[in-house]
Design a protein around this ligand. Structure first.
Ligand SMILES: NC(=O)c1ccc[n+]([C@@H]2O[C@H](COP(=O)([O-])OP(=O)(O)OC[C@H]3O[C@@H](n4cnc5c(N)ncnc54)[C@H](O)[C@@H]3O)[C@@H](O)[C@H]2O)c1
Ligand SMILES: [Zn+2]
Length: 376
């Protein structure tokens, strides 16, 4: 069991311009640029990285329609020679057959060692394109241009790339860091509201696991965020990226601290994989999971009832689900799914639990009986 308390949130000046967060990984350091309208700077930012001329923009059908042309035009203006690889929207594109079709198109466009890949889209495109980049010619450079809130605060940062197998999600993959992450906040304007709110579940998570000040800010300014107020959005996304960067910088390959990012995910994944299959977006499932983890924290770590209620209320205000009602057989299935999770050993499940908002402990072993009781 380990604990962490980095309530290091300091007031950040509200800048209308771009914000830069760096991810401290030694010689693989990279920057996350955050601002509205950055897509038109994609070419000039790539130019600074000293990459080869040929490149491929991997994107999905929804994102291509809206943003591919702008990305391609910007790359052209900076002297690059881009090709667009479009994959179907949705989780099914994270598959080895889509990976193979990407390889074929890269080869047809004669991408070489110095060439690079731009991942333009949500987490699906980022994970897929990152995996293609990690493996094509034993690895070529890649740049993330995340266009969902979830991808901007979570999946584009930290270097986990991969695809799914029939046997389960993310079973094939690697750690492979991008050379640059470019978050254009303007793209969030076309994101379906439900997807935006699902991304907020990860934003709230950062407050709970790492930063009580961020959590308080979310309590104060949630409405501004929901209205996509630019300054608030910039600050909050930058803070989330800073937290993820700091955690990943200390524990790139998840041997310790990185586990805190899984707060609410043990139960959340079990919901996704059993009773909630196809019913909940990831963010919705982990919203339920985080409220459950807060309740569990109250039972075993003394998180106060008042703080549990603050957590529940914030998810509710974001219009996210906070509970799930289960009949006996669903409860059984959920429980089995949780036991299949990798964090289980010898009658105990390891959880990330909160001592207070902004301060969590990980690797906390909870006896299966206690979880059963709680789910009932
Ligand atoms: N690598 C990591 O560390 C990590 C972390 C968390 C999640 N993930 C992965 O991320 C994936 C989920 O990512 P997601 O939630 O971004 O889903 P997604 O990529 O499927 O995007 C959600 C939907 O929004 C559409 N879309 C994307 N941007 C849009 C925009 N600006 N305007 C309009 N529509 C837009 C997409 O076409 C899609 O239909 C999962 O596969 C998950 O495993 C990875
Ligand atoms: Zn998540």
């Amino acid at each position: 069991m380990h604990s962490v308390n980095f309530d290091t949130h300091q007031p950040v000046p509200i800048l209308r311009a771009m914000r830069v967060v760096s991810v401290p990984l030694g010689e693989r350091n990279y920057s996350i640029l955050i601002g509205a309208g950055l897509l038109s700077k994609l070419g000039t930012e790539c130019k600074k990285l000293g990459l080869g001329q040929r490149c491929a923009v991997i994107t999905d059908a929804n994102v291509e329609r809206r943003y591919a042309q702008r990305a391609v035009a910007s790359l052209h203006r900076a002297g690059f020679d881009p090709t667009v690889i479009r994959v179907p929207a949705g989780e099914t594109s994270k598959s080895l057959s889509v990976v193979e079709s990407c390889y074929d198109q890269l080869a047809r466009h004669r991408l070489e060692r110095k060439s690079f890949i731009v991942a333009l889209g949500g987490g699906v495109v980022g994970d897929l394109a990152g995996f293609v980049a990690a493996t094509y010619l034993r690895g070529i450079a890649f740049v993330q241009v995340p266009t969902t809130l979830l991808a901007q605060v979570d999946s584009s940062v930290g270097g986990k790339v991969g695809v799914n197998l029939k046997a389960g999600k993310n079973l094939i993959g690697s750690f492979y860091q991008p050379r640059l992450v470019l978050c254009d906040l303007a793209t969030l304007r076309t994101l379906p509201r439900r997807e935006f709110r699902a991304g907020l579940a990860e934003v709230i998570k950062y407050g709970i696991i790492f930063d009580a000040g961020l959590f308080r800010r979310l309590e104060r300014e949630l409405d501004k965020l929901l209205k996509l107020d630019r300054a608030t959005l910039t600050d909050v996304i930058a803070r989330c990226c800073e937290i993820k960067a700091q955690v990943v910088g200390q524990d790139e390959t998840e041997s310790g601290l990185r586990a805190i990012l899984n707060f609410g995910h043990t139960i959340g994944h079990a919901i996704e994989n059993s009773v909630g299959y196809g019913r909940y977006l990831h963010g919705e499932a982990i919203s339920i999971g985080q409220v459950a983890a807060a309740r569990l924290s109250a039972r075993v770590l003394g998180l106060t009832d008042r703080e549990v209620e603050r957590v529940r209320r914030l998810f509710r205000r974001a219009d996210l689900p906070t509970q799930i009602s289960l009949n006996a057989s669903q409860r059984h299935r959920l429980f089995q799914a949780m036991k299949l999770d990798k964090k289980v050993s010898q009658g105990e499940i390891r959880f990330v639990l909160a001592e207070s908002i902004g301060r969590v402990r990980w690797g906390w072993k909870v006896p299966i009986g206690v979880i059963k009781e709680m789910l009932e």
